[in-house]
Design a protein around this ligand. Structure first.
Ligand SMILES: [Zn+2]
Length: 455
């Protein structure tokens, strides 16, 4: 029997300490990134329709898990405002946004003529609050990008964002506004080069298309591809055009890829991409439909393997915006994104989910952060096939080495004619950071927990 002394009992086992003990284990590494979490809970209240697979409710479930594990104690929380029309028009077409703002389920008949033009239909239906929903998740990505630019964050998380299929002129694949493109455009005000990595099961076509002809953004998407699977693009021969040639990279995969092959392939491509391209910032789209057992997916990944990709990208210590994306089995989406929040924070979570969270029954019967999601679909990715895909991607990188644009040290002129007023406001915000803030930051770096500064 272990006898506890009075001091130990008081200092370690009193009621308050036990009650407030976090559910995570802090790795206590010497430097911790400053992590911010951008979430406006209103986004989870919208409905695409009963039979539609996109359930914004998954975001509320994610948030409950994040709070249940008390992860909010070690990051900065922001409740971002909606994106303004002007901000959205930095990428999207005026007539398309005008349509999104005006159409409602009540006046839908007035607009049926333009449905084909804007790709409205079963995948992208008109639902109540559609524009509000889109401007909320977009506002969160813009907020995240601003915190990175202002160096108030090293990693900025927006699980409600990651809507990678939306196009300049039209909706696509459950996405109306492309918050990722808008976030990257913001980052390009400050960083000469941004790397976009996409691990959704679907090709990140909207982001690729937006930056297809520039070398200032490299897009790298891992996804299922057979020419037929949505959105039908993303073969290895889509490499970019003009000055953007070789700056779009695609890793087309077959059904059923497993944890080990995916992680090995991911690391073996991402590392040389980072070394060759040397981005100033990374945007990582963490679509959860690449998990096994997803309602629309066809891979065999477990939450740990998916999160290992996040851990690997994080290990390069570059400013990083982390966004959600697809994911159609809400109980697994939320477990994954909670786990990935902990990876960003470099803390380890207990595998048992906190019993006190609302909707805990969703996680029955295992109530685990690591449900078994593998082995449901045959793995059609032979070692030989994966080797050949990797070789073809590496071939593109060979063209990059020594390319003049890579030597670029200065921030080039704006890519698409940005609003100067916003640029000035951002510069002011950066220079306005007070000495106190810098002192506080230093303290944080010296090991003081930042949970006390949560907003
Ligand atoms: Zn997807």
């Amino acid at each position: 029997m272990v006898i506890t002394t009075w001091e130990e009992a008081t200092l370690s086992y009193d009621h308050k300490t036990t009650k407030e003990k976090p559910f995570y284990e802090d790795f206590l590494s010497s430097w911790k990134p400053r992590v911010s979490y951008h979430f406006n809970e209103e986004v989870s209240r919208f409905h695409f329709g009963v039979r539609h697979p996109m359930k914004p409710f998954r975001l509320m479930l994610t948030d409950h898990l994040v709070l249940g594990y008390k992860l909010h104690e070690c990051m900065d929380l922001y409740r971002p405002r909606r994106a303004t029309r002007e901000e959205i028009l930095e990428f999207h077409d005026d007539a398309y946004i005008d349509f999104l703002q005006r159409v409602t389920p009540d006046n839908v008949k007035e607009f049926t003529k333009v449905f084909t033009k804007f790709n409205i239909g079963d995948d992208c239906p008109i639902f109540d609050g559609m524009y509000d929903y889109s401007s909320i998740y977009t506002g969160a990505s813009l907020d995240a990008s601003r915190k990175l630019i202002n160096e108030q964050s090293d990693i900025a998380i927006n699980w409600s964002g990651g809507l990678h299929h939306a196009k300049k002129f039209e909706a696509s694949g459950f996405c109306y506004i492309n918050d990722i493109v808008l976030g990257i455009l913001n980052l390009l005000r400050y960083h000469p080069r941004v790397l976009y990595i996409d691990i959704d099961v679907h090709h990140g076509d909207g982001v690729q298309e937006a930056f297809y002809a520039t070398d200032r953004v490299m897009t790298l998407s891992f996804h299922k591809y057979n020419g037929d699977y949505f959105p039908g693009t993303g073969n290895v021969d889509e490499i970019g055009s003009g000055v953007g040639k070789h700056y779009s990279l695609n890793v087309p995969l077959r059904d059923g890829i497993d944890d080990d092959s995916y992680i090995r392939l991911f690391k073996s491509i991402v590392e040389p991409v980072l070394t060759s391209y040397q981005p100033g910032a990374i945007v990582l789209q963490c679509g959860a439909d690449s998990l096994g057992c997803d309602r629309l997916g066809c891979f065999n990944l477990n939450t740990k393997a998916h999160a290992e990709c996040v851990r690997f990208v994080r290990s390069f210590n570059l400013p990083m915006m982390v966004v959600g994306g697809g994911g159609y089995t809400p109980r697994n989406v939320s477990r994954l994104w909670c786990l990935e929040t902990s990876v960003c924070l470099d803390v380890e979570l207990d595998s048992r989910l906190p019993a006190s969270i609302p909707f805990v029954k969703y996680f029955a019967p295992d109530y685990s952060l690591f449900p078994n999601l593998s082995g449901k679909i045959d793995n059609k990715n032979s070692r030989k096939y994966l080797e050949s895909v990797k070789t073809q991607v590496m071939e593109q990188l060979r063209y990059l080495n020594g390319a003049p644009s890579i030597q670029m040290q200065e921030v080039p002129p704006d890519l698409m004619g940005y609003d100067q007023e916003t640029d000035c406001a951002m510069a002011d915000e950066r220079s306005d950071r007070t000495t106190d803030e810098r002192d506080a930051e230093q303290e944080a770096k010296d090991g003081v927990r930042r949970g006390e500064q949560v907003e």
